[in-house]
Design a protein around this ligand. Structure first.
Ligand SMILES: [Zn+2]
Ligand SMILES: [Zn+2]
Length: 255
């Protein structure tokens, strides 16, 4: 019970912080605070954490047993002997590289896309749209991160810390804000970058998979940051249901 109050408090806190920011720096001034789909996304915000955390914990325990043979205590000791900063940078780059490829895979694999399409189904973008995501989409992504993290020997706290940082960053990237810092937009992912990822405009499809550094998209040929242009459309071509339960069931429906 306490945990659900915590989620309510988090939702309230983000609402209080982002509502004025989105008014002041609005990319789309006409967009309503309580835009279509906000209740669905608020439900995800309140419930997803419990579903994702409990199932990913079980998966992590199973993977830890299955992949145990890959572990070299000597190698892990060398990793742990490095300075905290070096470990932080290595873990950050590892997360970004793995995240990029998992994200790209979740768009190219028809099976994974059914789950990831739920996240892309918002027709308007704001901070709350970040919460929309099928729990299995998030669980698969975590399982994908976990094995290399575990084998290399970064501890669970580091992984937990990054999951938290990426969640906060995700809320900012979806927000209805216009930031176009001249050079920074090429160095660090901004809402502009991730909004193009959510666009259904033909020229923007399958672009901008990075979560932190646009150079990942640049290296692998998926960067799209046009000058003086903003997305015309957001969403997907498929008919994803609008409600929370319908979206949970959506990937299991036969087409
Ligand atoms: Zn995506
Ligand atoms: Zn997104």
């Amino acid at each position: 019970m306490e945990a659900i109050f915590g989620q309510f408090f988090g939702l309230f806190l983000f609402f209080v912080v982002f509502t004025p920011l989105e008014r002041y720096f609005a990319l789309r001034k006409e967009q309503k605070i309580f835009r279509p789909g906000w209740l669905t996304d608020a439900t995800y915000f309140l419930l997803n954490r419990f579903m994702v955390d409990s199932v990913s914990f079980l998966i992590i325990v199973v993977l830890a047993i299955v992949w145990h043979w890959m572990i070299s205590p000597d190698f892990q000791a060398k990793v742990a002997a490095q300075s905290t900063w070096l470990q932080f940078i290595e873990a950050l780059l590892l997360i970004e590289v793995l995240g990029y490829f998992y994200h790209r895979w979740s768009h190219s694999s028809p099976l994974l896309w059914k789950f990831h399409a739920v996240h892309h189904s918002s027709s308007q973008m704001d901070w709350l749209a970040a919460a929309r995501g099928h729990p299995l989409d998030q669980i698969f992504a975590r399982a994908f991160f976990f094995v290399p993290f575990y084998v290399i020997g970064f501890n669970e706290k580091t992984l937990g810390g990054f999951v938290f940082i990426l969640a906060l960053n995700g809320i900012y990237l979806h927000s209805n804000m216009r930031f176009r810092p001249k050079y920074l937009r090429w160095l660090i992912v901004t809402p502009e970058h991730h909004h193009w990822h959510h666009s259904n405009d033909i020229e923007a499809r399958n672009k901008n998979f990075a979560a932190l550094f646009p150079f990942m998209d640049l290296i692998f040929g998926t960067l799209y940051l046009p000058k003086n242009k903003t997305p015309q459309t957001y969403g997907v071509s498929e008919n994803v249901p609008k409600g929370f339960l319908g979206q949970l069931k959506y990937p299991f429906k036969k087409i």
